[in-house]
Design a protein around this ligand. Structure first.
Ligand code: ZN
Length: 169
């Protein structure tokens, strides 16, 4: 496995355990060149799933693509990489159950959103804003309002900061 720090290709496995979902293996590796540690995840390659895009074209299910979207949504939020991996695994498993193994990309977005909503409000709104592409702005605003009410102290802080900034100008 190529070291993410120095690109050396040899390493030793220092720890190996099942992910909490049990469907994969998480390995801690140590680079034999620079000695830094990194983590790899190993999953069984499932029978291929097809994703139906908005324009009707089909594309193989891409775990990395979904994970990338979740990581973006969870930036600076208290959500561990392991939880993010789990979300994708759960979504993947849910689609596997479908007899035709095909799923619209919008459905994947919804499945991810449902899980993010239970984990972190901010990550959920970020993800939703990208996935829904503001098609139903009304509903989106309603959800946003609900979250803003919950986080009122934060908003006050933000306002105070803005006022300070104004004074500085
Ligand atoms: Zn290295």
């Amino acid at each position: 496995m190529k070291c993410p720090f120095c690109s050396y290709t040899e390493d030793k496995v220092v720890d190996s355990r099942s992910t909490s979902e049990g469907s994969g293996v998480r390995r801690r590796r140590e680079c034999l060149e620079c000695g830094k540690r990194f983590t790899t995840y190993e999953y069984v390659e499932e029978v291929s799933l097809m994703v139906i895009k908005r324009d009707g074209r089909r594309q193989p299910f891409d775990r990395q693509k979904i994970i990338a979207g979740i990581i973006r949504a969870c930036e600076k939020r208290p959500v561990s990489m392991e939880r993010m991996e789990e979300i994708v695994t759960q979504v993947e498993r849910q689609i596997q159950k479908k007899p035709d193994r095909e799923v619209p990309s919008t459905r994947i977005g919804e499945l991810v959103m449902e899980r993010l909503k239970a984990l972190d409000d901010v990550a959920y709104v970020r993800f939703a804003s990208v996935y829904r592409q503001f098609k139903d702005v009304g509903q989106f605003m309603e959800e946003l309002k609900g979250i803003l009410v919950k986080e009122k102290p934060l908003i006050k802080q933000a306002r105070r900061k803005t006022q300070k900034n104004r004074k500085r100008k």
